[in-house]
Design a protein around this ligand. Structure first.
Ligand code: CP3
Length: 344
């Protein structure tokens, strides 16, 4: 057993313990901010081939731990492996993002999708990457597993990619709510099976990314997002969980009632407001504006310290969204080093 890792700062903080300083990691830390990532990426014809090579995915996972000394690793993969395993193939287009040649529009499309353990069995390359990473990390830092939240995955499957309005996905919620629920349930069943296997392969904490949460009206978040997030959290009772619902300041009270331990925040949400809404028990994670890291070193230090003081503990330091790929590495280093030097 990796007992050492359960005593690690990141997991103690996630469990709500008072710690000597807050832990720090960055969403999208395994990626293009690192020259060693860009070098490794060049060995593959495309992003998907990279993600599907467990040794390479493991190397990319560990790079930011070596380079930046962050307090947690996050497995190098993507949220879109779930639609693919369910039978909806995607392409990752260089400098543009994901695109699904076929999208979900009607009941027969949903019926044709695979789901649950059957679909999750396709993702053995992720479980292998976790096992290799766990072995290579050798207890140095905990390993975060992740998945997209069901609403965000539905949004990609219906839109076929990113969107300015997500009006096709939101339209389905109004025009064909039963179809939306059937799709959300299939995504949820697959995600639960997927995350159970991530945990069996060594993930110490699970983060759910609801990147498009802010697109929904509050009542729709209650109907089409929260019940599925709750199903996932309740299916994984033994493992700490983080819900990061970007833009969902209006749903913080309900997220606060879920069984997750950690609530991720974007930079639009004030720490005091979030604490009041989620209540005293949850740990908060975030939420520096990623653009802060383009500033000079004294500004980054000042803003990072201001954020830590504003959260007043029960806090894991992170950005309010993934680090932008062209962020200067020195800015990232100042951010991480400022947190690591901090003492209450
Ligand atoms: O370090 C980490 O955080 C782990 C790896 C990780 C990636 N994607 C790698 C990646 C994680 C956790 C994700 C999650 C993800 N993927 C989300 C949720 C988080 C968020 O940002 O809201 C979303 C919405 C996606 C979908 C996705 N994947 C998009 C829109 C893009 C294109 C945009 C971009 O940054 O290029 C990706 C590609 C992607 N996923 C890259 C990486 C490192 C870039 C691929 C490359 O090397 O060119």
């Amino acid at each position: 057993m990796q007992n050492s890792v359960s005593k690690h700062l990141f997991l103690r903080a996630a469990a709500g313990e008072i710690t000597e300083r807050p832990p720090v990691w960055l969403m999208r830390q395994a990626g293009r901010i690192l020259p060693q990532y860009r070098a490794l990426r060049q060995k593959f014809p495309d992003f998907k081939a990279f993600v599907k090579t467990p040794e390479a995915a493991s190397e990319a996972t560990i790079q930011p731990v070596d380079e930046l000394q962050v307090d947690a690793a996050i497995i190098f993969s993507d949220i879109l492996v779930i639609p693919e395993a369910m039978g909806l193939d995607y392409e990752m287009i260089e400098a543009k993002g994901p695109r699904f040649p076929k999208t979900i529009r009607q009941a027969s499309d949903v019926a044709a999708l695979r789901s649950g353990a059957d679909a999750a069995a396709d993702l053995d390359y992720v479980y292998q990457a976790l096992r290799i990473t766990k072995r290579e990390l050798n207890g140095r830092v905990p390993l975060i597993g992740f998945a997209g939240a069901p609403w965000t995955i539905l949004a990609y499957m219906v839109e076929g990619g990113g969107s300015k309005t997500f009006s096709n996905a939101r339209r389905m919620l109004y025009a064909e709510p039963e179809l939306a629920h059937a799709l959300l349930q299939k995504i949820t069943d697959t995600t639960i099976s997927y995350l159970r296997q991530q945990i069996a392969a060594g993930a110490d904490l699970i983060q759910l990314f609801d990147s498009w949460a802010g697109e929904l009206a509050p009542a729709h978040y209650q109907t089409f997002a929260m019940p599925y997030l709750n199903q996932i959290c309740e299916a994984l009772p033994e493992t700490p969980k983080t819900i990061f619902a970007k833009g969902a300041w209006f749903a913080l009270e309900e997220i606060g009632q879920s069984t997750c331990q950690v609530v991720g925040l974007d930079w639009n949400t004030a720490p005091g407001f979030a604490r009041e809404k989620v209540g005293p028990n949850k740990v908060l994670q975030g939420n520096l504006d990623p653009c802060t890291l383009y500033a000079d070193a004294p500004t980054i230090r000042q803003e990072t310290l201001r954020m830590i003081q504003a959260f007043k503990g029960k806090h894991i330091v992170n950005l309010g969204h993934g680090v932008y790929p062209d962020t200067p590495l020195d800015g990232v280093r100042v951010f991480v080093d400022t947190v690591k030097a901090f003492k209450w």
